[in-house]
Design a protein around this ligand. Sequence first.
Ligand code: 5GP
Length: 113
Amino acid sequence: MSETIFAKIINKEIPSDIIYEDEQCVAFRDVNPQAPVHFLVVPRQAIDKLQNMTAEDEALIGHLHRVITELADQEGIADGYRVVVNSGVSAGQSVFHLHFHVLGGRSMRWPPG
Ligand code: 5GP
């Protein structure tokens, strides 16, 4: 898998507003926020898209969700927020390093576009 802009952020080769990091993942604010709170939770391991995760990644994906709940508390959106994964070009994925969008701080509509 070729290196993406998120690998450069994880490796601190380019700046970003990092709000959390541990040995498995990094979370930083989206540069083009779609809600008052919009951050991305990204595994250090470079999986290109959710569809290509394997059984070996199950614990990692669970960990990312645990981190999301902790960051939702930290960011003051625990009462209501949306977690989005775009898997594949037709879903709107533009960076091919798996990431979970977390959006909150406003009312959300359904269905999404
Ligand atoms: P996707 O379209 O792949 O689901 O989401 C990619 C997200 O990454 C977009 O919301 C976009 O705004 C964000 N993004 C792209 N490049 C950068 C960057 O260099 N820094 C940060 N913080 N976010 C980025």
